[in-house]
Design a protein around this ligand. Structure first.
Ligand code: SF4
Length: 371
């Protein structure tokens, strides 16, 4: 039986972080009830005979809505699909939005992994980027999650924040790893057009980001995390042995996934689908608004640039098996150039980013776009 993963989007947040351009709202709590009804309808309407190997409830901040809604969602998922016994089922939560009862409810309805958005340890930095929690909230939430039975916890961190020194970031990594989460994600801040943070940068109200300092933070953290037992398996993701996020690996390996909720994306049998981003349309029952059957070229491009994100890179044999063509039949020139520029390496039937390739990953990825 083929596998599928499910993503469930909860687009509500307590307040909007200054850097955020995700599809999420604050101040729209009045729509939560109708949104969940529409979500349940969408889950019930989707039929598949594939077995579900992972579920990810993301957002937004899924933990801001009443945990009874999460229970209803999970009951609907279990009732409508065949869920693998060892399925990884994650919920995203922000510090300050969970308590023992909500976490216990999550556990009881089958959720076995929690992902906390900490971002930084220093409250002054959390304040600069508009996060509304403190690191003390994170510590409290983490400890309660352990007590409620979560033995698989991720922490999201960010670096290159305004006013953040490398030492601030290393202190964050040190303090978080001291707490022994099973998984850590570390992303460089991207200043997205149209966000309040972007406006502040444009007005010169924040110090410019230093590219060299960004790389110093990244590689310093990679080294610290390795020393502390976290193996890097993707550009921004680190895990203890066997604790890689299976749901994210499905994205990078181009497995099938179905997204439910506002703006959610799906990839099913090589067709990409996208739900409406309009909240009233979604509540009114409209779901998929975009549908694109991927060409062989699309699939080859994605295979390369998604696969190269992972430290294990891509397997030439897998490429051949999927496309009935050698990787050199399609990308000989590009591979030759990237190898000679020191951006990728090729050995034992695998192609991987080099250290320099990690720093210039986007430059590498565009080489695989076919004209
Ligand atoms: S909590 Fe996450 S989704 Fe919500 S505003 Fe902040 S960054 Fe965006």
């Amino acid at each position: 039986m083929k596998d599928i993963s499910l993503y469930i989007h909860i687009p509500f947040c307590k307040s909007k972080c200054l850097y955020c351009d995700f599809l999420s709202y604050s101040g729209k709590e009045v729509y939560i009830d109708d949104y969940i009804k529409a979500l349940i309808n969408e889950i019930v309407a989707f039929k598949t005979d594939k077995q579900v190997k992972s579920v990810f409830i993301g957002g937004g901040t899924p933990s801001v809505i009443d945990s009874r809604y999460i229970e209803v969602i999970m009951n609907t998922v279990f009732k409508n699909y065949s869920i693998a016994d060892d399925a990884e089922i994650t919920i995203e939560a922000n510090p300050g939005t969970v308590d023992y009862n909500s976490l216990k409810t999550y556990r009881l309805c089958g959720i076995n992994r929690i992902s906390f958005g900490l971002q930084a340890w220093q409250d002054r930095l959390l304040n600069v980027i508009g996060r509304i929690h403190s690191s003390a909230d994170f510590v409290a939430g983490f400890e309660v999650a352990r007590r409620a039975g979560f033995d698989n916890i991720n922490c999201d961190l960010m670096f290159s924040l305004p006013y953040q020194s490398a030492e601030d970031f290393f202190e964050t990594v040190r303090n978080v790893t001291d707490m022994q989460p099973e998984h850590i994600s570390a992303y460089s801040l991207i200043v997205e057009e149209g966000t309040p943070l972007c406006n502040m940068y444009e007005k010169g109200a924040l110090p410019e980001i230093d590219e060299d300092e960004d790389r110093r933070m990244y590689w310093g953290a990679v080294e610290m995390l390795a020393e502390r037992g976290y193996e890097q398996y993707e550009i921004s993701n680190f895990a203890k042995d066997g604790r890689q996020c299976r749901h994210n690996l499905v994205y990078w390996r181009r497995g099938d996934y179905k997204g439910f909720g506002l703006g959610a994306a799906s990839l099913i049998d090589e067709v990409r689908l996208k739900n409406t981003e309009n909240l009233s349309e979604y509540i009114g029952g409209k779901c998929v608004t975009e549908r694109e059957a991927l060409t062989v070229a699309d699939r080859q491009e994605e295979f390369m640039f998604l696969g190269l994100r992972c430290n294990s890179g891509i397997s030439e044999e897998d490429f051949y098996r999927k496309f009935n063509a050698a990787v050199d039949d399609v990308y000989a020139e590009e591979i030759k150039k990237l190898v000679s520029d020191g951006l990728i390496s090729r050995k034992n039937g695998r192609i991987c980013l080099t250290k320099r390739g990690f720093d210039l990953a986007n430059m590498v990825f565009v080489e695989f776009i076919q004209q």
